[in-house]
Design a protein. Structure first.
Length: 124
């Protein structure tokens, strides 16, 4: 990124990585070297739709520090959904070095994610 881009926040948006299978999840989340925020969402969920642009901002802002992954309840393998034990959407799961370290349900603003990353992953 150019100096102007760094100063003014310009640059391409980073979209969350979409996972569907247990294999995708293992590669993108459990084997990740950086912390991972996983969004489990459904198409009929209004808070999920509110959260989508927040997650794009999160992925873009922390592109060097945190990976953002999304998992749609409509397209994910049932075995993966069962393994995660998600009962409502949106559910946000936070992983560090392959371990789940946090879980919350419902909409969260970008400021919540900023605070969580600063607190939980200060040197990430």
């Amino acid at each position: 990124m150019s100096l102007i881009g760094k100063l003014f926040g310009a640059g391409p948006k980073v979209l969350p990585t979409h996972v569907r299978s247990v294999e995708d999840f293992t590669r993108e989340v459990l084997e990740a070297k950086e912390p991972v925020v996983v969004d489990v969402w459904s198409e009929t969920c209004a808070p999920c739709k509110q959260l989508a642009p927040v997650l794009v901002k999160l992925a873009t802002k922390y592109r060097e520090r945190v990976r953002v992954v999304e998992l749609s309840t409509a397209s994910a393998q049932p075995a993966l959904l069962s393994r995660l034990g998600v009962r409502a959407t949106p559910t946000i799961l936070v992983f560090d070095r392959g371990r789940e370290v946090g879980r919350m349900t419902g909409f969260r603003p970008l400021s919540w994610f900023d605070e969580m990353i600063a607190t939980e992953f200060p040197e990430a």
